[in-house]
Design a protein around this ligand. Structure first.
Ligand code: 3PG
Length: 395
């Protein structure tokens, strides 16, 4: 695809879709600004060459009711100003008077952030009239919102469609993310090992289905392992399970061909609300007693998984192995993170919880790539195409 660097931007207005859907605490402070930092190369590419940038993003899932103020993009605009070390304008709406006036007043090298796109119902609906008003603000469209590439919201699809005839290009972050993930999927160095964790099998069924045809081994951890355990007739005690997914888990096991690896032991406890203080023990997988629940993979599983990861040449990882925020249930995730960091494989960490785990445990700079996309990276692992990227101009 044609990139923003390959696009003439001097004295032009670039409407750039970014994913500034960042976590905020109760005081409305940004707790992780990685998605904003990762958008800087594309923003700088425009302002350093005398263009102006209008940034648009969603934040959270506002409902249109009371309490939506907490989804304002104002804190993100302030943080961007600090990172760029220059003032960033903020419009209190997306296509209203404030946005129109501020967009019209922009000078070369300046940046304007529009308010949360999802404050307008047209965004989720892919509304053409809303999209037309956004499109009218600019001369160039740039998609640098990797985390949102699996969505077909107005700003992702209808806006670039409305700008047909004007340049519609890809940003640095989207180009880099897609390169890493598509190289891994279409041309992996082998052995290719996938590590899948997290709470729900339902989120990962399509990923497992697709990866069974591509990977050499799939290592399963997190609460979704207990649904697999149930499918094998195991005792799971009070563990988190999806009973309605047991048949699907059985189907996946039946076609696994030895590629699907399940935990051999489980670290369980009797009080999720008080993990540090509760009774804990390691049991064989499928032998979790009543009154206890699985909270992490056990040490023998961690050892076996680390051994498999050690021999890998490509690793993709999505979802933690246990309750990594609460020691000692971080041990499984930590062991896997360490093995990934130590291996010389190309290693790609999916966004969301696994990215947070790798950062929190201090391994982020020892892996090849930490994705900014949770759902988007899973969609790529499912083998899905992105309409929002397909429609951009070819190089
Ligand atoms: C994400 O955080 O995965 C993206 O920003 C997309 O958000 P969404 O799931 O609310 O569309």
């Amino acid at each position: 695809k044609k990139t923003i660097d390959q696009t003439e931007v001097q004295d032009k207005t670039v409407l750039m879709r970014v994913d500034f859907n960042v976590p905020l605490n109760e005081q409305n402070e940004i707790t992780d600004d990685r998605r904003i930092r990762m958008a800087l190369p594309s923003i700088r590419s425009v302002i350093d060459r005398g263009g102006v940038v209008i940034l648009m993003s969603h934040l959270g899932r506002p409902t249109g009711g009371a309490g939506d103020e907490k989804f304002s993009l104002a804190p993100a605009a302030t943080r961007l100003g600090e990172l760029l070390d220059s003032p960033v304008h903020f419009a209190k709406d997306t296509v209203g008077e404030d946005a129109q006036a501020k967009a019209a007043g922009l000078k070369a090298g300046e940046v304007l952030v529009l308010e949360n796109l999802r404050f307008n119902a047209g965004e989720k609906k892919g509304d053409a009239e809303f999209a037309g008003k956004l499109a009218a603000l600019a001369d160039v469209y740039c998609n640098d919102a990797f985390g949102t590439c699996h969505r077909e919201d107005a700003s992702m699809v209808a806006v670039p469609q409305a700008m047909d005839g004007k340049p519609r290009v890809v940003g640095h972050l989207v180009a880099k993310e897609i390169q890493y993930l598509s190289d891994a999927i279409s041309n992996p160095k082998r052995p290719f090992v996938a590590i899948l964790g997290g709470a729900k099998v339902s989120d990962k069924i399509n990923v497992i289905n697709n990866l069974l045809g591509i990977c050499d081994a799939i290592l399963i951890g997190g609460a979704m392992a207990y649904t697999f355990s149930l499918a094998q007739g195991g005792q799971v005690g009070g563990s988190l399970v999806e009973k309605d997914k047991v048949d699907l888990a059985k189907e996946l096991l039946a076609k696994s061909n030895g590629k699907l690896h399940l935990p051999v032991d489980t670290h369980c406890g009797d009080d999720f609300g008080n993990i540090a203080g509760c009774n804990k023990k390691v049991v064989a997988a499928g032998e979790i007693p009543e009154g206890m629940e699985g909270l992490d993979i056990g040490p023998e599983t961690a050892k076996q998984y680390a051994e498999i990861i050690k021999g890998a040449k490509t690793v993709v990882w999505n979802g933690p192995m246990g309750v990594f925020e609460k020691p000692p249930m971080d041990a499984g995730t930590r062991a896997v993170a360490e093995a990934v960091a130590d291996s010389d494989a190309v290693s790609i960490i999916g966004g969301g919880d696994s990215a947070a785990a790798v950062e929190q445990l201090g391994f982020a700079d020892r892996v090849s790539h930490v994705s900014t996309g949770g759902g988007a990276s899973l969609a790529m692992l499912e083998g899905k195409a992105f309409a929002a990227v397909d429609l951009l101009d070819e190089a």
